[in-house]
Design a protein around this ligand. Structure first.
Ligand SMILES: Nc1ncnc2c1ncn2[C@@H]1O[C@H](COP(=O)(O)OP(=O)(O)OP(=O)(O)O)[C@@H](O)[C@H]1O
Length: 284
């Protein structure tokens, strides 16, 4: 698959403050890529560089095979959608009017149908007439998200897309993002929600102090960090942690012969566990 984003040795200083240092990663066409890291790790700075709002101090950042200084040119703006916490919505206008304004700005064809479709994806199709200033925080966030993909961009940047949403609406957004992916959209998202990263992302990058420390598919990372043990819960209430190797096999077999096992599972860490591991103590 072709790289839609390519970052090599990217470095950014704000005066003496180091935000990014030697960052490397690629995002492939059509994937949902999770960018995870603690506060201050450099997520927003990276998005700002990739969307042409900031220039790097050193290194290379490309989208669609071109330097990101092009990202604000009209032909690139058509191809990318950016959702940040800076809403840019008009509070006195209705949801529909806001969407219509944006559709006009981006020359969206068949705006009425597109607005309907985008609002449906965020579960807001019945709120079109509502004044934006009267919406709840979660509703506002969903409108901002719908506006981000109204013009059907090829590449979406989403900074914590479900941060203010309840679980039902988060799930609705997840379905919407998967549907966009099926249509071929590449999605780059940041999230502090490890469950979201695990269910949604094809690959995740763990960021720490301005560099990528780990990058792989969630399943592969969980396997890599697994401790090679499994847990048996016995009917008598006891819990046994047993090696997954040959030496544990006899013990498991003996419990099985006695029909003593109520539950048995491998001890793979969650992405959250790995996150704490990486950010709690630096990888060597
Ligand atoms: N305009 C700026 N001037 C000075 N320092 C900045 C500026 N923007 C970011 N930084 C610094 O760069 C580092 C990375 O910040 P960034 O906002 O990219 O982190 P983040 O991972 O997005 O954090 P969060 O999860 O809190 O949004 C931080 O140390 C931050 O203080």
């Amino acid at each position: 698959m072709q790289n839609i984003i390519s970052v090599k040795n990217l470095t950014k200083y704000f005066g003496k403050e180091k935000a990014l240092e030697g960052m490397n990663f690629d995002v492939k066409q059509g994937e949902i890529f999770g960018f995870l890291g603690p506060s201050g790790a450099g997520k927003t700075t990276t998005i700002q560089i990739l969307t042409g709002q900031l220039r790097p101090t050193d290194g290379e950042a490309k989208i669609f095979n071109a330097d990101t200084e092009n990202a604000r040119k009209p032909e690139f703006l058509q191809k990318i959608g950016v959702m940040t916490d800076n809403s840019g919505l008009y509070g006195r206008l209705s949801v529909y009017e806001n969407m219509k304004l944006f559709a006009t700005l981006y020359g969206v064809k068949k705006p009425k149908e597109r607005i309907e479709e985008a609002l449906k994806m965020v579960n807001m199709q019945n709120e079109q007439k509502k004044t934006v200033s009267k919406l709840s925080k979660g509703m506002t966030q969903r409108i901002i998200l719908a506006r981000t993909f109204l013009h059907e961009p090829e590449l979406l940047f989403l900074d914590e897309p479900t941060a203010a949403l309840d679980p039902v609406n988060s799930q609705h957004i997840h379905k919407g993002l998967k549907a966009l992916q099926k249509k071929g959209t590449t999605i780059f998202l940041t999230t502090h929600d490890m469950h979201e990263a695990e269910t949604l992302c094809d690959r995740v990058a763990f960021l720490y102090k301005g560099a990528v420390k780990l990058l792989d598919a969630p399943k592969a990372l969980r396997r890599e960090y697994a401790d090679n043990t499994m847990t048996l819960e016995l009917y008598n209430g006891e819990t046994r942690v047993i090696s997954k190797g040959a030496d544990g096999a006899e013990e498991v077999a003996s419990f099985m012969q006695k029909n003593a096992i109520a539950s048995m599972y491998t001890n793979e860490p969650t992405l959250g566990d790995i996150f704490v591991d990486i950010t709690g103590r630096e990888l060597t």
